[in-house]
Design a protein around this ligand. Sequence first.
Ligand code: J9N
Length: 262
Amino acid sequence: MRIDVISIFPEYLAALELSLIGKARQDGLLDVHVHNLRDFTLDRHRTVDDTPYGGGAGMVMKPEPWAQALESVAGDRRPVLIVPSPAGTVFNQAMAHELAAESHLVFACGRYEGIDERVIEWAGESFDVRPVSLGDYVLNGGEVAVLAIVEAVGRLLPGVVGNPESLVEESHANGLLEYPVYTKPSSWRERDVPEVLLSGNHGRIASFRRHEQFRRTASRRPDLLEGLAAATLEPADLTVLGELGYDVVGGVLAHRYRSAEL
Ligand code: J9N
């Protein structure tokens, strides 16, 4: 996979040289190019921003440096252009899998109050444009979002994660949060590892972990359980979910007290 990142803070992307993603680059699995938007300006001051038409706070990124930078990375296909923005579609694991199937991703890191909207419209002629949000909070620029997205996508590429089994059991792979994990010592500061995990009984261990997944998900992410198809659940799951306040209504999970308001 080829990845181009355009930013006014290219040094921010140095983290992509580290760890798993850095290794994937060394191994030739990932071809990452970081570009300085200012290298595509034509004025003496290398200006990338200006005041907003219509007034308002902050600065808006000028269109022409973006057009020059994007033209320089376009290639002959139709790359996916990811534009991090708090006004984008919220990124998730399904999106990470979709992006991992692409051959060329381009990331446009905006700063300030955003990029002139005409760039986004114009880019649609040669790119598959995707405004993407990391979540409902405000960052100063797209760089941190790019680090997160490249890491989430990069680790799904064949050969990047050493043991591909570790990709399967993870949070969100099955729509539930992950179960808690423990390691040695079995007793630490008067806290014991749950005895079932020391039992060697693989059936009991599997049901304990699944039970813990439902307890965690109900407590921290009830939105993931509400509306879950009951067909994906085993009879034992429904007993646990019943204790947690969930019923099956019309083939999907519904919380006894909350479903009406959701
Ligand atoms: N989720 C998200 C993205 C952002 C950005 S991108 C550029 C500026 C701010 N904030 N929050």
